[in-house]
Structures are given as structure tokens and as C-alpha cells.
Design a protein around this ligand. Structure first.
Ligand SMILES: Cc1cc2nc3c(=O)[nH]c(=O)nc-3n(C[C@H](O)[C@H](O)[C@H](O)COP(=O)(O)O)c2cc1C
Length: 184
């Protein structure tokens, strides 16, 4: 079984990335195959809102998103992880969310049996951001509230979350629970 984590932070060594690593390490220890995708390392563009999206065999934008969506939609478990930027997800994560419209217009459901949400804020709005992510993915097949696990907390500077072992333990637990739910 495979877990794919989509990370919306531009910081490879940032707090969100550290929590995702903790979750994936634990899932791998439980026997899952894991893959982490840092959106900022790929060529991604905003949705162009083609009215005839559903009639196109493949997305008209020639960037890396179709490849990422293929991995995301076929994963047995998925993690969406983002820092809070201005009371919501980062631009990278929102771009990814919008591009899921291709899956939606083509009736392609996510195979994921469990979705983990990881959000890091400097001091607030993590709840708003979790809610926004849930709202976006509620409609995409199989993603009902019973299938969601979430971890959120606070850290500001680069890597500061390392000083918060409780939060790292929660992320590890999320990875373990995901592995249990999707099986090895
Ligand atoms: C452009 C920008 C906007 C931010 N907006 C918020 C915010 O609205 N609320 C908040 O609590 N923290 C905010 N932060 C702080 C980040 O959420 C915080 O530094 C987080 O740890 C960054 O995660 P990362 O290390 O994974 O990149 C913002 C940071 C940046 C750079």
C-alpha cells in the first residue's frame, strides 16, 4: 500500500516538511511505501478555467501537475500538508487543489482510503485552513469525515517544530494510524 504526501510549503527543511517526514517514517516502519512531493520543486501553474475541461483527454497545461495528480489519485492513502499563509493554505497548495478540477470534471475519484491533513501555523488560523482543505476534498470520492485524520500546531522559524516533541509525536501517530487504516 502506498501513501503519497503533497507538501505546500516552499521550505524543504521547514516545519510542515518535518512533520510530514515524521508521519511518513512511521508509515514506512509499518510497511507502507511512501512518497513525499514538495510542490515547490515542480513546475506547477494555476488552473486556466477552460470551460471545456471535461472534453479534454489531458490537461492543456503542460506542467508537472498531471504527473502529480496521477500519483495522488492512485495512492491508497494521501497526506495534504501546508503551512498557514494569510489565514489559509499556501499558493502552492491552492494551485494543486484547483488543478484537481481535472479529476472532478472527468469523474476520476481518489482511491485513497484515508486522508491525513497536516497544518502548521505561526500562531493561528490552522483550524480555518484544515476546514478549507476538507471542504475542497469532501466531494472527491471516498473522502468522508471518517477517513480524515488531522494534526495541526504552531511553529514559526525554520525547523522550530523540532522543539515541540508532542507535535512531532502526533504526526508520527497520524502516519501509524494511516498505515493501520489502509493496511500494508
Ligand atoms: C507569507 C506568510 C504568511 C503567513 N501567514 C500566517 C498566518 O496567517 N497565520 C499564522 O499563524 N502564521 C502565518 N505565517 C507563519 C507560517 O505559518 C509559519 O512560519 C510556518 O511555520 C511555516 O511553515 P514551514 O516552515 O513549513 O514553511 C505566515 C508566513 C508567511 C511566510
Amino acid at each position: 500500500m502506498k501513501i503519497v504526501a503533497i507538501v505546500g510549503s516552499p521550505r524543504a527543511k521547514g516545519n510542515t516538511s518535518i512533520l510530514v517526514d515524521a508521519a511518513l517514517e512511521e508509515a514506512a516502519a509499518q510497511g507502507c511505501e511512501v512518497e513525499k512531493i514538495m510542490l515547490s520543486e515542480f513546475k506547477i501553474e494555476g488552473c486556466r478555467g477552460h470551460d471545456r475541461c471535461s472534453t479534454y483527454d489531458k490537461c492543456k497545461i503542460g506542467d508537472d501537475i498531471p504527473m502529480i495528480l496521477d500519483k495522488f489519485s492512485n495512492a491508497d492513502g494521501t497526506i495534504l500538508a501546508t503551512p498557514v499563509y494569510y489565514y489559509n493554505m499556501t499558493a502552492q497548495m491552492k494551485t494543486f487543489v484547483d488543478r484537481n478540477f481535472f479529476l472532478y470534471t472527468h469523474g476520476i475519484p481518489l482511491k485513497s482510503k484515508c486522508m491525513g491533513l497536516i497544518v502548521v501555523a505561526g500562531g493561528g488560523a490552522d483550524d480555518i485552513t484544515i476546514k478549507a482543505l476538507k471542504r475542497c476534498f469532501r466531494i472527491q470520492g471516498g473522502n468522508t469525515p471518517e477517513n480524515w485524520l488531522e494534526v495541526s500546531g504552531y511553529a514559526m522559524g525554520l525547523g522550530e517544530v523540532k522543539n515541540n516533541p508532542d507535535l512531532i509525536a502526533k504526526a508520527r501517530d497520524l502516519g501509524k494510524k494511516m498505515a493501520e487504516r489502509i493496511g500494508k
